[in-house]
Design a binder for this molecule. Structure first.
Ligand code: ATP
Length: 257
């Protein structure tokens, strides 16, 4: 039966000894949604991402992407199916240039179809066109170690979207950016979203979460404790207690450390 959901998790669980890092999560994500995942440190957000993106095997439960069960697939297989993920540390290959990072990302996306890293002129032209689309063509020859934090984040998105993914998972994408840089990054994500890509991201910065997401999923102790419109979080008693005691959530609130 065809499903409206690009991603579904059923009874997803990951245990480490007695600890239930992800504790029987059910989650459905519609194609085109922008879902922000929040929650305190140790809530299970990264583990949930690791399970969905093939970094960590599930202890039990099932994950379906685009109608296909993906349990047991690794990150590269998922990338080729259209599920891309970025990580919290986004330096790429810092000694390589921006262009070289893009070429590596392109090559990884087709590695099983065309073994090895043989680069052709059209690979370079394609990489330059992608960089141009993200406003990075002018710095193509600079080592990544020398570009700004915002440019590194932009490159992170550019390399992750190189295979035209259907779903993009971002792990704390605006960490380390200043508020004006966050505003620029929000515009970038809006553009990616406008191209039809489903976006799921973990974020501690509430302003980013409430601006970008049309749905917030909040985790605590391995489970989902809120799933709804970001604007409704402020009225949810569990969320208010978790974030700020009894004080209402404000736009600039960050999670407690
Ligand atoms: N490889 C591992 N071995 C043992 N315990 C782990 C492992 N990975 C995660 N955990 C534990 O699982 C729980 C959930 O961790 P996770 O990193 O998913 O939380 P998080 O919500 O992403 O936290 P943060 O916001 O700090 O990144 C934590 O108690 C963590 O210590």
């Amino acid at each position: 039966m065809a499903s409206d959901f690009i991603l579904s998790a059923r009874g997803l669980r990951r245990t480490y000894g007695a600890l239930h890092a992800v504790d029987g999560v059910d989650l459905d994500i519609r194609a085109g949604e922008a879902v922000g995942v929040g929650g305190p440190n140790g809530a299970g957000k990264t583990t949930l991402f690791d399970l969905i993106s093939g970094v960590t095997p599930a202890s039990s439960g099932e994950i379906t992407f685009d109608g296909r069960v993906i349990n047991g697939m690794n990150s590269q297989q998922l990338f080729q199916l259209g599920l891309a993920r970025t990580f919290q540390v986004v330096d790429g290959f810092p000694r390589l240039s921006v262009l070289e990072n893009m070429l590596v990302a392109q090559a990884l996306g087709v590695a099983t179809a065309r073994r090895g890293l043989i680069l052709r002129r059209r690979d370079r032209e394609r990489a330059m066109a992608s960089l141009d689309g993200y406003g990075l063509a002018d710095i193509a020859m600079q080592p990544v170690a020398e570009i700004s934090a915002l440019q590194r984040k932009t490159l992170m998105v550019a390399t992750a979207t190189v295979g035209n993914p259907r779903m993009l998972m971002l792990d704390e994408p605006v960490g380390g950016l200043t508020p004006p840089e966050i505003d620029e990054f929000i515009q970038l994500i809006d553009r990616v979203r406008a191209s039809g890509v489903t976006i799921v991201f973990i974020e501690h910065v509430m302003r980013f979460l409430t601006t970008v997401a049309d749905r917030a999923v909040i985790m605590d102790q391995g489970g989902l404790i809120f799933d709804g419109a970001p604007g409704d979080m402020i009225r949810d008693e569990t969320i208010r207690k978790l974030y700020l005691g009894e004080t209402p959530v404000t736009e600039d609130a960050h999670e407690p450390a």
